[in-house]
Design a protein around this ligand. Structure first.
Ligand SMILES: [Zn+2]
Length: 222
């Protein structure tokens, strides 16, 4: 069986978000004014149609799975997600390598995404070399819904947690977000909690860089 893993980085600093009892998360207030994080509760997404979808997949089916992955986070009570009505979107999902990286072929790094405090925020990259499927389960292919919710978590600002078997664990495939993942997100967006980057430095809000004119600025999370 092939060895699949995501996110070689960031294993160290994701632990704090997992240390709050999950039953308390519903009482945590939400702040949309924290530096480095998103500042609106309604986020739009779109599929990068220029990058296209893998051979044998229908765009409509891919968009269905992408929508399901985004909406899986709505139970946290922090964000609502909708497909964008026009060309602009807060988060763009594309089957292509992250700028500054190359595809490593099937297995290895399955996907990458940019943190909201990074220059490439709002971009999620699915490795086009993987054997993707829009099915919910497959023995031999990678269901989008097994990987994209994890990357959406990074795009909202979540790091890895130490616990295995969670949406934000280090290694995938991952299941859809549950109470544990919701607790992580609510704590991240709770007023006064620390926002950590992979280097441990509290981030500030950078100017957003539009893809195509972006300067390659290092790797994002896996
Ligand atoms: Zn990751």
């Amino acid at each position: 069986m092939k060895f699949r893993f995501l996110c070689l980085l960031l294993a160290i600093v994701g632990l704090s978000a997992c240390q709050y009892p999950s039953e308390e998360w519903r009482n945590l207030p939400v702040s949309l004014a924290k530096p480095g994080l998103w500042h609106q509760s309604h986020l739009t997404w779109r599929l990068d149609t220029l990058a296209g979808v893998p051979a044998g997949m229908l765009q409509a089916d891919v968009e269905r799975e992408v929508s399901k992955s985004f909406r899986s986070w709505e139970g946290a009570g922090v964000f609502r997600f909708d497909p964008s009505a026009g060309g602009k979107a807060d988060i763009v999902v594309g089957f292509k390598p992250m700028p500054g990286t190359v595809s490593d072929g099937p297995a290895g790094n399955v996907a990458r995404s940019a943190y909201p405090w990074s220059a490439h925020r709002g971009h999620i990259y699915l490795d086009p070399a993987e054997y993707w499927t829009t099915a919910s389960f497959s023995l031999f292919k990678e269901p989008i819904s097994d990987w994209l919710p994890h990357e959406i978590g990074h795009s909202m600002g979540l790091l890895h947690c130490r616990e295995p078997g969670q949406t934000m664990s280090e290694q995938g495939p991952y299941h859809l977000p549950d109470e544990f993942a919701f607790a992580m997100l609510r704590r991240l967006y709770c007023p006064g909690t620390l926002v950590l980057s992979e280097t441990g430095i509290v981030p500030t809000d950078p100017p957003r860089v539009v893809e195509g004119r972006a300067q390659a600025s290092g790797r994002g999370p896996g």
